[in-house]
Design a protein around this ligand. Sequence first.
Ligand code: PGA
Length: 234
Amino acid sequence: TVADHKGVKQGRLRIAAVTTTQFFMPRLLGPFCAEYPGVDVALEVLNRDRVLERLARNQDDLYIMGVPPQDWEIEYEPFLPNELVVLAAIDHPLVAARPIPLQALANEPFIARERGSGTRLTTEQALAAQGLAMRVRMELGSNEAIKQAVAGGLGVAVLSRSTLGPDLRAQGLALLDVEGFPIRRHWYVVRLKDKPLSVVAQTFLAFLRSHIAWLQRCTVGPDERCSSPADSAS
Ligand code: PGA
């Protein structure tokens, strides 16, 4: 049950967020829970298709994703930039080339997210728009595992900048300057149109909106790092 007694918010908050937001959504919950200790938060971290399944079944209050579905009875609000970049091992021959034609990228072996991933979908659409397709050498269900495989020289990858962390060189990685990249998108907070938001969900949404500047610093990478949200709540 949700109660708002003397300004003390209590109740359960359910959020489903796509895998790629694992680098900032859990970080945001720390200060939120510190401010609202009566709120019990359940965060599901799944790929886009699994998040859409939960949305279709009305299982959560809010959903966080990069590609809201078309023609659903939903409301969505962009809250952060989400850029997709091309990653290669630091000693990859294309690191020195620029700009790299998309066709040349399509000739490289890819380390790709699984089908059902929003990152995978966006990458396939960007290539398909030029009549190209990804040559998938390996599929991995984890952004972190993809970075390791790329650093190991298995292939190139397209990932959200949110996944990169502060120091690419130290991770054995470099960005490739490919035509059409970065792909500039947003992160969206999504909800069902006909579902009234609980007090707790409204409180979280307001908290999210007031921490945009801090979230932006968490997700710009690779040269920035997260500080305490208290430093920059705006
Ligand atoms: P993903 O989603 O983690 O399933 O790839 C990212 C996105 O929706 O942009």
